[in-house]
Design a protein around this ligand. Structure first.
Ligand code: GLA
Length: 386
């Protein structure tokens, strides 16, 4: 974090000839369990991680918006008068999309002043750890403060989601921004995506001698194209054919009827979502009653369901999961939207080097890209830093 504070302070000052009015940060996230359930009004159980995006922001005397970052040479400039999703493109669509989305949630964009913003991040991009939600959430809390909007964290999560949906064009749910905004150290966020009721639940990994290992496969993915949207469409179709508002309204007892009504592919998509919702609730209960060493089988089952029913895994993710399990992880699954990105392996601390070596060797043997493995801790959500 000290590094980010330095680069953002220096970057802001050199691009904008002034110090920022403040610094705000927001984390990436790992989803422990509950995949593709958020846009089906279901349950998710993610946590904020100790990788963060930091933004420096200062208001201007005019209506210009200027966006710069340490990952692009250019400074993007736009007037608040021209701020529409159609006018946004590239990486600046994330921060500027948030400014636009705040207007949809009550900010009076016709009268507010413009701003300068500089962004840096140590959340890996394209790894499935929600680098985009980290940017959106950091900018959302910063503008909420400086524009004095008074929106609460749940509302800011919806702002970030709207930016992602309309400005970036990815039809994603509410999970990532909620984790980034509501997370707390050593805990995960049990979120009901229908009511947005959230409960922060201690994970107890440390006390149980466990670490959460992230295996970034380096297979990059984008949710604004292809598979993510088609899975979402299948879920919508399944719900319509079964006569329910969303798949959240089904339980495992309904799967027999679903099998009769739906074609095989739609049925398997539905079965993933219905059983995954159940697994999230089982994970939360198991964690409370028996502690984290007892949740491994639920993580494993979640991966199989994504591999076989929802069909969003890739060979690299499957190999990461199988190898981690084979060398001592107590549970493992791909995390995030799928089609690439990262897997997670809940692993006894002493076995982290062995699992890391085994996964790296297994990837080399299959001539896959060199994976990046690192331990993450559950961290606090978005905050003002200075
Ligand atoms: C991506 C989306 C989330 C969620 C997950 C899958 O991370 O941004 O909203 O749908 O995929 O669980």
């Amino acid at each position: 974090m000290t590094d980010l504070i330095q680069t953002v302070t220096d970057g802001f000052t050199s691009r904008f000839d002034a110090a920022p009015a403040g610094l705000w940060s927001a984390p990436g996230r790992v989803n422990l369990i509950g995949e593709h359930t958020d846009y089906n009004d279901g349950f998710v159980f993610p946590f904020a991680i100790n990788r963060r995006t930091l933004v420096g922001l200062g208001l201007r005397g005019d209506r210009q918006l200027r966006v710069a970052s340490s990952f692009a040479a250019e400074t993007v400039e736009l007037s608040l008068d021209d701020l529409t999703p159609e006018n946004l493109a590239g990486w600046s669509a994330y921060p500027l999309g948030v400014a636009w989305a705040l207007g949809q949630f009550g900010a009076d964009l016709a009268t507010l002043p413009g701003f300068n913003v500089f962004i840096d991040s140590d959340v890996p991009i394209g790894a499935g750890l929600s680098s985009s939600a980290a940017i959106e959430s950091a900018v959302a809390v910063a503008l909420n403060d400086l524009w004095q909007l008074g929106l609460d964290r749940r509302m800011l999560a919806r702002v970030g989601q709207l930016a992602e949906n309309r400005a970036v064009g990815a039809p994603t749910g509410i999970m990532d921004q909620s984790a980034s905004l509501l997370g707390e150290a050593d805990s995960a966020v049990f979120l009901d995506c229908r009511t947005l009721e959230a409960e922060v639940i201690p994970l107890g990994f440390d006390g149980a001698g466990l670490d959460l290992l992230v295996i970034d496969t380096r297979v990059s993915h984008a949710h604004s194209t292809g598979g993510y949207a088609s899975r979402r469409a299948s879920c919508g179709l399944g719900a319509r054919m079964l006569g329910v508002p969303s798949l959240r309204d089904l339980t495992v007892d309904d799967l027999g009827r679903a099998a009769d009504v739906l074609d095989d592919e739609t049925f398997r998509r539905v079965r993933h979502v219905v059983t995954e919702n159940q697994r999230v609730q089982d994970t939360v209960r198991t964690l409370r009653e028996q502690g984290p060493t007892a949740i491994g089988a639920l993580l494993d089952a979640s991966h199989l369901s994504m591999r076989d029913d929802f069909e969003i895994s890739v060979p690299e993710l499957d190999l990461a999961v199988e190898t981690a399990r084979g060398t001592g992880a107590i549970g493992a699954r791909m995390t995030g939207g799928g089609f690439g990105g990262a897997a997670i392996a809940l692993t006894p601390r002493a076995l982290i080097p062995a699992v890391t070596a085994a996964v790296t060797a297994a990837f080399a043997a299959r001539a896959f890209a060199v994976p990046d493995l690192f331990v993450v801790r559950a961290a606090d959500g978005a905050a003002r830093e200075q």
